[in-house]
Design a protein. Structure first.
Length: 430
RNA sequence: GAGGCCGUAGCUCAAUGGUAGAGCACCGGGCUGUGGCCCCGGGUGUUGCGGGUUCGAGCCCCGUCGGCCUCCCCA
């Protein structure tokens, strides 16, 4: 084969499409019910936007973006996440003056140049949800509930997902923790891995997230970030977790949870899926209270999360396409004409049936009825319409139920009424 | 970006360094007015690609591309 898809980029075959579309629709419907508004942002932004928001020294910006110069020599970057673009959109269109809270969601592909493995692609879809406004813990818990409800909806199983939560503190209290980290890590510098030695100066919080044994040992002896929370952050977090408990929502307080994007402050969280291997974060998010202001906008607290579509599907069904979705690949009706006249008439019939909302496949083949029925069987058609010379003459058509094996002849002009009554054409989209 | 394992037909997988195979799928026929079953026939292939070693390479070596796993990072 001469050409193959670019590494880490995947085709969606029909089974995949049904799978992903099904999940996107579940998320979309749920978010609309919570009165979030769907938006679309461009695939590309000026590179500068991502450097300013995600952070210049983050891994994402330093080594994972698809960045290039266009014909005007402008530096452009394929979006590695959606929050930056949404904030830009809000400010560019002055949406921040509209009544609060602002609630948006966006579904689309993101791009990161990482080494592909299970659950990690270079082009992957995110369901991105953003909430901007006067952020009380109630709103935050509401948002967490939305994430959890969406994730469990397709399977109705909550046990597939676990919520981990932490607070990074605000701009008042985080510097103290950062200083403490730097000082105490400095004294144990020799036990740290090379990347962490580097992180010590550039982004010490990330050492907390390191998986190297040596670093983990050091981290274990540190005081948790919660010791440094200011009164306001502490109070906020306690109310939030209290609400979760009152709602019987399971969660794990993980004081070592950090995020890879610099704009996060205060509450952050990850939802991990089962059976996913190393890449098990299905959903992640948190607050970015200062982001809008840093971009020259108003002081507007905000929070959001993103669900990784492919990972979500993996956690639910593995690589498989579940039977209930596979079924939807099959046509309800298959039209089989016999002879040239029947084919001509058939063009009218199938068109009319489709206009009435029925899902119809046609087989304009020069084969015998036996062969055509065999095709019908392979296609999994529920019912077959047979139109031959005899039927044409009499103005009738045959309806054969493939499962029952029964067959009826019916007047052409009564066909549509009859089918509409019988067939409950549900959601044809997916 | 680093390390390990892997790459044979559309799919799942065989083949001691000695003529590339099986099952499923697919195509044609038995079968031009009634499917599922059955029977017959067909291998559909640049063994990922490019070099090298060898009388001879799917097998050994090097490179490369791709996949999986781990690190890293995150959705």
């Amino acid at each position: 084969m001469k050409f193959q898809a670019v590494r880490g980029f995947k085709d969606w075959l029909p089974e995949d499409f049904f799978k992903y579309h099904h999940l996107m629709e579940i998320a979309r419907n749920y978010l609309i019910r919570a009165n979030f508004k769907e938006v679309k942002i461009p695939l590309l932004e000026k590179t500068e936007l991502f450097m300013r928001t995600i952070g210049e020294v983050t891994d994402i910006v330093q080594k994972e973006t698809y960045t290039f110069q266009d014909r005007n020599q402008d530096f452009l970057t394929l979006r590695p996440e959606a929050t930056a673009g949404i904030c830009r959109m809000i400010l560019e269109h002055g949406l921040h003056v509209k009544p609060k809270p602002l609630k948006f969601f966006f579904i689309g592909p993101m791009f990161r140049h990482e080494r592909p493995q299970k659950g990690r692609l270079r082009e992957f879809y995110q369901i991105d949800v953003e909430f901007l406004g006067n952020l009380t813990p109630y709103y935050e818990v509401e948002l967490l509930q939305i994430a959890l409800e969406i994730l469990k909806k397709p399977s109705n199983r909550e046990d597939l997902f676990t919520l981990e939560i932490n607070s990074l503190g605000c701009r008042e209290c985080r510097p103290a923790f950062r200083d403490y980290l730097q000082v105490s890590l400095e004294s144990e510098r020799e036990s740290l891995c090379d990347t962490c030695k580097d992180r010590l100066y550039r982004n010490p919080l990330r050492v907390l997230d390191c998986k190297q044994e040596g670093c983990k040992e050091v981290v274990k002896r540190l005081k948790p970030i919660s010791d440094f929370w200011c009164g306001s952050c502490r109070g906020h977090f306690n109310i939030l977790t209290g609400l979760l408990r009152a709602l019987d929502r399971d969660f794990v307080f993980n004081p070592f949870l950090v995020r890879g994007l610099d704009y996060y402050v205060r509450t952050i969280f990850e939802i991990k899926g089962k059976g996913l291997g190393a890449q098990d974060t299905v959903c992640a998010g948190g607050r970015y209270d200062y982001l809008l202001k840093d971009l020259g906008g108003p002081d507007l607290p905000a929070t959001g999360f993103a669900i990784g579509l492919e990972r979500w599907a993996l956690s639910l069904w593995g690589e498989e396409c579940p039977e209930f979705l596979r079924k939807k690949l099959r046509p309800d009706l298959l039209f089989i004409p016999l002879g040239e006249e029947a084919k001509k008439e058939g063009l009218k019939v199938v068109s009319e049936l489709r206009n009435q909302g029925l899902r119809v496949e046609s087989l304009f083949e020069d084969k015998g009825l036996k062969a055509l029925l065999r095709e019908a069987d392979k296609l999994g058609a529920k019912q077959v319409l047979i139109l031959g010379e005899e039927e044409l003459k009499e103005g009738v058509i045959l309806i054969k139920d493939m499962q029952e094996g029964t067959q009826q002849r019916i007047k052409m002009d009564k066909l549509i009424g009859r089918l509409k009554k019988e067939q409950r054409v549900e959601d044809l989209s997916c």
